[in-house]
Design a protein around this ligand. Sequence first.
Ligand SMILES: O=P(O)(O)OC[C@H]1O[C@H](OP(=O)(O)OP(=O)(O)O)[C@H](O)[C@@H]1O
Ligand SMILES: Nc1ncnc2[nH]cnc12
Length: 160
Amino acid sequence: MSDIARIKSLLRAIPDFPKKALVTNITHHLLSSGLPKIDVVVGLDARGFLLGPWIANRLGAAFVPVRKAGKLPGETTRVAYEKEYGTDYFEMQKDAIKPGQNAIVLDDLIATGGSAKAAGELIKSHGGKTLEYVFFVELTALKGVQQLDAPAYSLIQFDD
Ligand SMILES: O=P(O)(O)OC[C@H]1O[C@H](OP(=O)(O)OP(=O)(O)O)[C@H](O)[C@@H]1O
Ligand SMILES: Nc1ncnc2[nH]cnc12
């Protein structure tokens, strides 16, 4: 057996992980909830990068990464935000969003809401509009959605 064939033999597919029809559910929500045309899906470093581009592709939208400080090339806009365990910095490339564009923020999880709020501030500072904040999991006890300046949608709510 060749080395490549051996590596391939060690891989396996796990159907419907992490949740059956995850992307379909989110895309259906975004297309059926009366939102205007979404121009940009803004995904948050790092786990917002896993499904964000896929959802953007389904919507016919662009994908824009918001990254932790120092990771993006070129000119960037930076914003500080508070997390449960201290201050962090998010950046977006200066030409990533054009004035007047409609965006959604996408992340795997909302806890305190600090990360999503910071992304919303970056979108606003570039002249964009956040239509909705979208998460796979919401930790409801932390009330993070109360920090946000637009409606939030989550697939799964955890209250413990
Ligand atoms: O609502 P908040 O209190 O801001 O917390 C939510 C954020 O925390 C986690 O990411 P983390 O910053 O740990 O980074 P990682 O994705 O690189 O692990 C999670 O993926 C969210 O992005
Ligand atoms: N409180 C929390 N629990 C699980 N994942 C998290 N990511 C950020 N905050 C978190």
